[in-house]
Write a protein that binds this ligand. Sequence first.
Ligand SMILES: [Zn+2]
Length: 66
Amino acid sequence: MLNTKSVIDINGFVRCPLCGGKTRQKARNDTYLKNFPLFCPKCKCNSLIDIEGGKVIVQSIEPRID
Ligand SMILES: [Zn+2]
């Protein structure tokens, strides 16, 4: 159910794994992140991701709590 395919766009911005919106986080092909908390300003969710080899691995997604 989680989107485990790459969510880094052509400009190097990490896309939200939930809504696909652009976050403020950039990553490169040689970026390595482990358990990185990614915040999406569009849908306001917090996700926990790994980035390795230009691919994003989504660990968990916490939707916005109103
Ligand atoms: Zn989002």
